[in-house]
Write a protein of this length. Structure first.
Length: 294
C-alpha cells in the first residue's frame, strides 16, 4: 500500500513538472490524454474523403522505399532525420519514403518536423508518408499533429502506369490499439483489395506486434486478444510484411507467413541507429544503413 502511494505521488509530481521540453507524459502513458483512437479514426476518414485515394505511378515495376522510425526530434537535435531526408532526396527515382512514428520527442516540435520533411498532408503529390506514434499524441498533441499531417489512417498503392503493383496500409496504433472502428475498416479494406491482383500487401504502423522485451513497458504492444485477431486477419488476406518501430531495436518475426519487421530508431544520441531501404520488385530486398557517428 505504501509503495502504491509513493508511485501515485511520484506520478503526480512528474505530471506537474511537465513543460515544453518534457518527454514524459504520465497521464498519456496510462490512459488516452485527448482524442481517443475512435475520434482520430473518424477525423482521418473525413480528411481522406476530401483528397481521395492515393495512387503513385512509379513508371516502373521496380522502385525503392526509404523507411525510418522514432526520430524523436526536438528543436535542438534532429541530425539523423536530416541525414535520412538528404539520402532519400539524393536517391534516384522512382522512390517513396515512410516514417513509422514518434516523429517528435518533447512537446510542440511538429513545426520543426514539418520544416525537415516538407510535408503538408497526404496528397497525390507527396512522396513522404507518415504514421503517428505514442509520443506524437502525448500532451494532448493530436490537434497539433493533425494540423500538420492531416490523417493517421489511410492506404495507398503503386502502379507502373499499366498495372497495379503494391498495396500499403497505414494504421494508427499510437495508443497500442486499433479500436473497433479501425479494425472493421481494416477488415473491409483487406477483403476488397485482396481481389484486385496486387503483387504484395504491406501494413505499416508504429506499435509492434510481438513483445520480445520490456523496453517500452505497458505501451509495448497490443493486448493478446487483439494481437490474435490481427495476426489471423493478416494471414487470411496474405499480407506479406508488417513494418513498425517503437522498440528502438531491429527485430524480425515470421508468423503464419507474415514477416513482422521492427526497425532501429532514428533518434540522435542513441546506439544502433539505422534506417532501411527496400528494393521493391518481384521480391522485396531489404538493406539497413547506419547513421553516421559524430
Amino acid at each position: 500500500m505504501k509503495k502504491s502511494i509513493i508511485y501515485i505521488a511520484l506520478a503526480a509530481v512528474l505530471a506537474a513538472c511537465a513543460n515544453e521540453e518534457s518527454t514524459l507524459d504520465m497521464k498519456g502513458m496510462f490512459s488516452p490524454n485527448g482524442e481517443t483512437i475512435s475520434a482520430r479514426f473518424e477525423q482521418s476518414m473525413a480528411y481522406n474523403r476530401t483528397v481521395g485515394d492515393l495512387h503513385f505511378d512509379m513508371q516502373s515495376d521496380d522502385y525503392t522505399i526509404y523507411v525510418c522510425t522514432d526520430s524523436h526530434i526536438t528543436k535542438k537535435t534532429h541530425k539523423n532525420l536530416d541525414y535520412f531526408m538528404a539520402q532519400y532526396k539524393a536517391a534516384a527515382a522512382p522512390k517513396l519514403a515512410i516514417h513509422l512514428g514518434d516523429i517528435i520527442d518533447a512537446q510542440k516540435n511538429f513545426a520543426c518536423a514539418d520544416s525537415i520533411v516538407h510535408f503538408a498532408g497526404q496528397t497525390k503529390a507527396d512522396t513522404l508518408l507518415l504514421t503517428i506514434g505514442n509520443h506524437d499524441i502525448y500532451f494532448k498533441q493530436w490537434p497539433i499533429c493533425r494540423a500538420y499531417f492531416k490523417t493517421s489512417v489511410y492506404w495507398f498503392d503503386t502502379n507502373n502506369g499499366n498495372k497495379k503493383l503494391d498495396l500499403f496500409i497505414c494504421l494508427d496504433t499510437a495508443e497500442g490499439t486499433l479500436g473497433v472502428d479501425q479494425m472493421a475498416w481494416l477488415r473491409n479494406l483487406l477483403e476488397a483489395k485482396s481481389k484486385e491482383g496486387y503483387r504484395r500487401i504491406i501494413v505499416y504502423t508504429h506499435t509492434h506486434f510481438w513483445k520480445l522485451d520490456g523496453s517500452q513497458g505497458h505501451t509495448s504492444n497490443f493486448s493478446l486478444e487483439e494481437t490474435y485477431e490481427l495476426a489471423a486477419l493478416l494471414d487470411e488476406y496474405d499480407v506479406e510484411f508488417v513494418w513498425s518501430g517503437h522498440q528502438h531495436a531491429r527485430q524480425s518475426v515470421i508468423y503464419k507467413g507474415v514477416n513482422y519487421l521492427v526497425l532501429d530508431a532514428t533518434k540522435d544520441e542513441e546506439n544502433g541507429q539505422a534506417y532501411m531501404t527496400v528494393d521493391m520488385g518481384e521480391s522485396a530486398i531489404y538493406h539497413y544503413f547506419n547513421y553516421p557517428k559524430d
